[in-house]
Structure formats: C-alpha cells, structure tokens
Design a protein around this ligand. Structure first.
Ligand code: 9PG
Length: 665
C-alpha cells in the first residue's frame, strides 16, 4: 500500500519507506552508554533483521551484546511507530545513560535543496524555531546559559547543517511539499533528543542523517528485566499544521477540556524582585475598583528571604504571605504565588541545614549547578527530588501555601533543575521521572483545585501534570537586545521578539497538551522601550493563539482608557479560544508571520526591522478562509478591507508591527 510505511528487505540493506511521499530511512545502527565504575559505550551495534510479519505489518529487529538485549518493532501503517525493549543482563548495563538509534540515510522527497528543520526546544525558555538546513544552530558562549535555556545533554554543535530538537522534530522539503515528523509518544519516561545532520555543500540536501537518543540520565534498571522505552511516531504528509495536530492530539491528557481560560495579573514585569506587600495591595485594589474579570492575581519572585526558603518572607513582606493571600481574595480574585521549588542557593537556610538534599554530580562530590542569576546574586543549584527529605520539604511548602495561606495558583519556575544530570539518592528514577515525581508531590500537596503553571519546565514529561505551561522565553520591556545577543552569542537572548517566536512556534500545543501561557502582556507606554507596534505584536500574538492573558504593569499608572483595551483583549482571546490557531507559514521562516484562527481571525506580522508590504497568496487554508468578497475588519483600528482576487496586499506595515483582523464572510 503506497500510503503505508513498508519495510523493504534485501541482502544488502533494510529500508523503511513511505512510497507515496518518497520518504525513506535506512542504514540504522544502535548505540548504548551506561555509567558508573564499569561504564560502557557500545557504538554502531548492527541490528539484525528478524522478521516482517505482513498481517500485523511489523518489522522486527534485535541487537545484542554480552551485556544487554534490545528488541525493536516498527509498526508499519500510514504512520509508523517504533517500540523498543531493552533488557540489561549484566551490572555494566544497568545504569543507563542513553540508548540511541541513528538512521544514516534518511530521505524526504525525491530531491531538493530547499529544506528546513524544526527545532523544538527542551524546556519553556529554549529556542524553538525552524532553520534552513545551511544555517547554524548556535550554542551560547557561557555554559550556564546553556543549562538555563537548552538541554545540556543535547547541546548544539555550532556546525552548519547540524540541528538538535527535543521530543519532536520536523523536516520539510519545501520544493516538493513533503514533511516528516518524528516524535516521542507517551508515557514520557525518558527524554528523547533528536539530532539531524545535513551536508550543506551537498546538492541533495533531501538526504541527511537522523539520530535520536532515549535519555535515561543514569537510571538504574533491574537486571534481567525488560524495559519498554517511550515509543516513537513517524508521520509523513504535506501540511505541517495537520501533521502537528495529528501528533499532538495523540497524547492529549484526559482532564484538558475542563479548564476555562484564565486571565489575571502578575507582579514580575513591572516590579521584578523589588515588589513589596504594599504594591500587591495597591494593584489588587485597583483591579477591584475596575471590576475587571481576572481570576488570578500572582505574586512573583521577590517576597522570599532566599531561594529555597519559600516560607520565610523578607522585610518587604513582613505583613506575611497569608495576609497577602487574604487581601487578594477579598478583592475577588484567586491568589497566586511564584516559587522555584527544585533549586536552592548556598546562602539559604535550606542549603545550610540540609546540604545532603542537593543533587550531586555524577562523578564528583559537588552540587550540580542549575544556573546563575545576577538578580539573586549568584549561582543556584539543583535539589535531589528522589531524596525523602526534599519530598517532605516540598509537601510542607505547598500544603502551607495552599491549605494554610489559601493560594490557588502556583507558578512553578526553574523546573528543569529537577532533571539535571547527577547522582541522585535513588537512581531508580530516570531524569524525566525525577521531574514528574516533583510535579506529583506538589500536585498532591496542593490538591486538584489548585491551578498549576509550569515555567522553565521541560515540555514532554510535564504533559498531564500542569494546567498551563509557559511556552516561551521571558518577555521584556524591549524588542530585542542586540548587544546582549552578540556578546553572549545567544540567539535566544531574553526579549519580546524571542518570546513571540516561541508563542507562534508552539501555538498548537494549546489545549492539546495544556493551556499555553505566552507570558505577561505589558500595556504601559512609560517605563518601556517597546513602541506601540511592538506592544501590540505581543498582545495580538497572545490573542490569536488564545493563551492565558496575564498583565504585568503598575495598574494605577495606566491611563483610564487602557481598561477598555484589557476588556477587549479578554473578549478577543476568548473568541479565539473557541477556534484553533494555525500558523500558515510555519517552517517557512524563523519568525512566522501569518496566523489564522478557525474562529474567524487572521493576524499578519512584519518582524523585519524595516517597513514592508506584505502580499499573501490566497490559496490552501488561507484561500478557503478568505473567499472573494470576504471582509477583514481590523480589530484595533476598525478599518475594513475587502478580499478581491487571489492576493491580499497589506501596504507599508511598520517594522515589528502586526494587524489582527476579524474575518466576516
Ligand atoms: C522570576 C522570573 C519570572 C519569569 C520566569 C523566570 O537569570 N536568568 O537567566 C533568568 C531566566 C529566567 C527568568 C529569570 C532569570 O525568568 O520566566 O516569568 O517568574 O523567573 O525570577
């Protein structure tokens, strides 16, 4: 069947092929790495073809050594799934770092030079975008930036044509409109790291190497017992949006539809760590006076005496957190609070009293660095979630916050620290399982009716544990910081532009995995370097992708007319939440510029640094959405356009600007 994957076996090779789309994968080999005193690394282990069962359509392979046995089953349907079993036979194979499969020769489309790869970042803040295959994925200069933003176990190589991705990746042949999506499937017990390597000099860039690793992070597996790895899925098709939708829907958590879309306020992007108890009271009462429809009111970083000592307030919060929660409640909103539950700093009481709760490095008796934050005054370190003491501490902190103080919203931040490589107290957990263990403990302590937002969190293993997820880097009161980006060689440097890039490139996770949190919106026109076009590009991106709408300004300082905008943003976001957002030029450029929401909205951006005219070809999904005669009403300017002919022309869009239209047919 041409529409199914097939396994073609000859004495010389084994090829997995999707004939209709001219996609194939061949020359595969396995590698295994373990750790500890007897660590081994076996590279390029040949896979022995076992059988192909035509009724079941499954191709079976095995690989074995004196230390382990691996069994691979490829289920060949219109999508292909790969199920792998690993059995360690000796102590040398028991502490598993990773198992990897390399496909030396993957082909997407019959030929082609114009190819693009989609990199899905490891955690909330990680770079998430597409690249042309002759571009370079850059690794930041500073190691701690890599720890904070990327997956330190799957670092970019800085080589032209080599790209990492986490959990899923897409490779698109633009000349032939063929796309391959490879992605991890639940239960997300390991991290799956991809790496695709193209030869930028080759004329046939449709051929490349695709490699992926199941990352266990030094998990101890019981000897002689068979372990099933997270399955992988391979989809081929033409339409990237359709493939993503099919893929993301396969692991939709059961409780997802129940949540209504929250909105609210957060202290961070105006007050930063300088926030005081008085600021919270001032803003909460200002919100109450304006009778605004906000569910959550969130105190972010700045109340605690030290990172790790969440129940010890600093002098700015001598009124106590219980009082803060009560005040917010009295103003008719649910109180929310920020923590970074899986990290600590040297100066905290927690570290002083329990140095053994810190995760230790795999081969040294030193704590594992989780990053460096000048705002906190230095290095911070990962806690060991498998340690019973840490577990009790988490239970105490979060039951106190929720049951005693009355907080109903938890922003859990710097969550990636739970999964950092180290030598945990209990090595029976994989790095991904250490994270889910942490989330589970907090959820149990906080109860089902607490709204949990993950931030700085690995994506795959958080699915099903959080109500909402920050899906991008932090916004900032400026568009892009060239100086910082160049000096630190950090193409993902904190900025509103980078935040929008992730908002668009992760739009389809919304309501498939959780509620997307695009980060806060800032409406102020003082104390910001964002011009109105830039401010509205962030606002419009958040609206059309229908994420949570959280504002972060000093409310008293906003002009009165802004309250109408806040209400209008909410109204538009709720309307968009009834539809689905499709990024129509997904994988065509670094910053996609055309978003269509099936609820009847269209947004067009200009991310260039100069004004430009945008010409949209009305074909495919966009053609269906905008038939001849349809009207486009600019939601902010009340300007009307009528669709005529086969193109939509938006003349002179200012730099960094956007236009959000309601489509009327
Ligand atoms: C509070 C903030 C806000 C924000 C979070 C997170 O040093 N750093 O590299 C760094 C990275 C991210 C960051 C802060 C510092 O932001 O995303 O919304 O809650 O923490 O500290």
């Amino acid at each position: 069947m041409a529409n199914h994957w097939q396994c073609i076996q000859s004495p010389a090779s084994t090829v997995l092929r999707h004939a209709a789309k001219v996609v194939s994968m061949s020359q595969f080999s396995l590698s295994v790495a373990t750790r500890g005193e007897f660590r081994i690394q076996v590279d390029d282990l040949p896979l022995i073809f076992d059988s192909v069962n035509s009724t079941e359509s499954v191709a079976v392979f095995t690989a074995s050594s004196e230390n382990f046995v691996i069994n691979l089953r490829f289920y060949l349907q219109s999508a292909m799934s790969l199920h792998v079993k690993f059995t360690p036979l000796t102590r040398r194979a028991a502490l598993v770092e990773w198992i990897s499969l390399a496909m030396e020769k993957v082909m997407v489309g019959p030929h082609g030079r114009r190819m693009r790869v989609f990199k899905h970042g490891y955690q909330s803040w990680s770079e998430t975008r597409s690249f042309g295959v002759d571009e370079r994925e850059v690794r930041p200069l500073l190691h701690w930036l890599d720890v904070l933003q990327a997956n330190p176990r799957n670092r970019a190589s800085n080589k032209r044509g080599e790209f990492t991705s986490e959990s899923y990746t897409l490779i698109r042949n633009q000349e032939h409109d063929v796309v391959l999506l490879a992605g991890q499937q639940s239960p997300f017990k390991q991290y799956v790291n991809f790496r695709s390597t193209f030869n930028p000099k080759s004329l046939a860039r449709n051929q490349f190497q695709l490699q992926w690793r199941w990352d266990f992070g030094g998990q101890r597996l019981p000897l002689g017992q068979t372990k099933e790895l997270d399955p992988l899925l391979f989809f081929v098709g033409q339409d990237v949006n359709e493939l993503l939708e099919t893929y993301l829907q396969t692991f939709k958590p059961a409780n997802i539809k129940k949540q209504s879309l929250p909105s609210g306020w957060c202290s961070w992007y105006y007050y930063y760590t300088k926030v005081t108890g008085k600021d919270i009271e001032e803003n909460a009462s200002c919100a109450a006076v304006h009778k605004i429809d906000w569910q959550f009111f969130v105190l972010d970083d700045g109340y605690q005496n030290a990172i790790g000592d969440w129940l010890v307030e600093n002098e700015k919060f001598s009124c106590g957190l219980a009082h803060i929660a009560k005040t917010i409640k009295e103003m008719g909103m649910h109180p929310g609070i920020w923590t970074a539950p899986f990290i600590t700093m040297k100066k905290s009481k927690l570290t002083q009293e329990h140095p053994d709760w810190l995760l230790r490095q795999a081969y040294k008796d030193k704590p594992v660095l989780a990053g460096w934050n000048p705002g906190w005054g230095g290095n911070f370190f990962a806690l060991d979630i498998t340690h019973p003491g840490v577990q009790d501490y988490l239970r105490t902190v979060f039951s106190t916050f929720t049951k005693e103080y009355g907080f109903r919203f938890l922003k859990l931040d710097f969550v990636y620290a739970a999964s950092l490589t180290g030598r945990p107290y209990n090595p029976a957990y994989s790095s991904a399982e250490r994270l889910t263990l942490g989330y589970q403990i907090i959820r149990e302590a906080a109860g089902e009716d607490t709204f949990i937002l993950g931030c700085g969190s690995p994506i795959s293993s958080a699915i099903g544990y959080v109500d909402a997820m920050r899906i991008g880097a932090d916004v900032a009161p400026y568009w892009f910081d060239w100086k910082r980006a160049i000096l630190t060689r950090d193409s993902n440097a904190l900025s509103t532009k980078v935040a929008i890039r992730s908002i668009l490139n992760r739009a389809q996770q919304h309501r498939n995995l959780w509620i997307n949190d695009p980060d806060c919106l800032m409406l102020r026109d003082t104390e910001t370097k964002l011009n109105p076009d830039e401010r509205f590009s962030l606002i419009n991106a958040a609206i059309i992708t229908a994420g949570m709408g959280v504002f972060s300004d000093r409310l008293e300082a906003l002009p009165e007319k802004i309250w109408q905008d806040i209400a209008r943003i909410r109204e538009l976001t709720l309307a968009c939440d009834k539809g689905k957002a499709y990024v129509l030029d997904f994988m065509e450029r670094e910053m996609p510029e055309i978003v269509y929401n099936t609820a009847g909205y269209l947004e067009v951006f200009n991310f260039d640094d100069a004004p430009k005219q945008k010409v949209l070809d009305l074909k495919g999904r966009l053609g269906d959405a905008l038939p001849h005669g349809a009207k486009l009403v600019d939601v902010w300017q009340q300007v009307r356009l009528t669709v005529e002919g086969k193109q939509l022309v938006l003349r002179s869009m200012p730099p960094h600007s956007s236009r959000l239209f309601k489509i009327e047919k």
